[in-house]
Design a protein around this ligand. Structure first.
Ligand SMILES: NC(=O)c1ccc[n+]([C@@H]2O[C@H](COP(=O)([O-])OP(=O)(O)OC[C@H]3O[C@@H](n4cnc5c(N)ncnc54)[C@H](O)[C@@H]3O)[C@@H](O)[C@H]2O)c1
Length: 353
């Protein structure tokens, strides 16, 4: 079988994970690279042996020789580039968050329906081998009914600056950037229950704290601390139609002693933790057991294998036969939850979805 011909649009920090994974997949070949920063596009094309580099994504999409694209650009361009790619007959893997608003997400879904092409949302944490392992336990009923989850990603210092800190381009701060990962993870593992209400708060108290020295953190490719219009902290209680609930908080900065992250889910037969490390809690013969699954990594997220899983699955779906792990419909549901969180925080009241 001829390898699928891939274009990667956006060559900043995250694109390398996509590029390395495509390069390692025997059924894909990287043929084109695009970035508005022409020099960056050319350098990346040379590094990965791509024949063509562009500074305008429309030129890349006009190439009939490209089967599929990864979109690794700023959040405000995901919908426009995604829709144009689908209309040009390309399959699309779009980075998270799929879109800034529900309207954008619905327009992307419409383009999927019209084009008949695939759109995979880059909910990369779903593709971590440990998460797929836990998903199997959940599907087999090991935890019973998962009725409560709590997730937290606290960065004491970690506003990536540049477009991430500009609400017009990002759609929001830590909630839409890193909260999306853990909210999605819990929702996916709880069996995708329909969200009913959201009660949330956001705070912009500390700014980006660009004054802090001696601590490094994730930065946009074009780091710039001169503008910051996003929240520092968000928290939310999400209630689902089946009675389950999810409690979450996330920050770009907070006067916390250290960075902290946890993802914990509780069912009526057992529970499990993903972050910071994977473990299972159960009960047998009147005894509580904390079980340590023996897998390649104890961590809930390992970047390279998770991105490899994401890209391999994208290629499997394009080739046909695989059922999508993170389809456009899931992107819409998560976008609705994120939008409701921002709406609830802005209005200071509970929102019915
Ligand atoms: N899955 C994850 O864990 C993860 C982690 C980080 C970022 N992301 C997502 O990946 C995307 C990119 O993030 P990043 O950290 O790589 O940002 P970045 O700023 O490092 O890189 C973005 C790149 O996109 C380019 N770009 C912007 N608009 C473009 C356009 N219209 N056409 C072509 N190129 C364009 C920029 O020049 C830049 O090189 C974001 O949506 C972000 O949320 C995902």
């Amino acid at each position: 079988m001829k390898p699928f011909r891939i274009g990667v649009i956006g060559t900043g920090s995250i694109s390398e994970y996509h590029l390395n994974a495509y390069a390692s997949n025997p059924r894909s070949i990287i043929v084109a690279i695009c970035d508005v920063n022409e020099t960056r596009a050319k350098q990346v094309a040379a590094k990965y042996g791509a024949d063509k580099s562009y500074s305008d994504y429309r030129e890349l999409l006009a190439d009939p020789d490209i089967d599929a694209v990864s979109i690794c650009t700023w959040n405000n361009t995901h919908a426009s580039i995604g829709i144009a790619a689908l209309e040009a007959g390309k399959h699309v893997l779009v980075e998270k968050p799929m879109a800034r608003t529900v309207e954008e997400a619905l327009a992307m879904e419409q383009a999927v329906r019209k084009s008949g092409k695939l759109l995979q949302v880059g909910f990369v944490r779903r593709y971590d081998p440990n998460v797929q392992m836990l998903r199997r336990f959940a599907d087999e009923g090991e935890f019973g009914e998962l009725y409560y989850a709590k997730a937290s990603t606290i960065r004491r210092l970690g506003n990536p600056g540049g477009w991430f800190a500009d609400v017009d381009r990002s759609g929001g701060g830590p909630l839409i950037d890193i909260g999306v990962h853990v909210i999605d993870l819990c929702w996916y593992l709880m069996g995708r229950p329909k969200a009913k209400t959201v009660s949330a708060n956001t705070y912009s108290k500390l700014g980006n704290r660009a004054n802090i020295e001696h601590l490094s953190f994730y930065k946009a490719a074009d780091y710039d601390a001169s503008k910051n219009t996003v929240e520092d902290l968000a928290n939310a209680l999400i209630r689902f139609e089946n009675g389950a609930s999810l409690l979450v908080d996330v920050s770009y900065t907070l006067h916390a002693k250290q960075d902290e992250g946890y993802v914990k889910l509780y069912g009526d037969k057992g529970g499990f933790e993903i972050d910071p490390t994977v473990s299972i809690v159960t009960e047998k013969h009147n005894t509580i057991l904390n079980v340590q699954p023996q897998t390649d990594s104890a961590a809930g997220f390992s970047g390279a294998p998770a991105f490899q899983g994401e890209i391999d699955h994208f290629i499997d779906c394009i080739a046909g036969g695989a059922s999508q792990i993170s389809p456009v419909e899931d992107g819409i549901e998560i976008t609705k939850i994120l939008s409701a969180i921002y709406e609830s925080a802005a209005k200071g009241e509970e929102i019915r979805i």
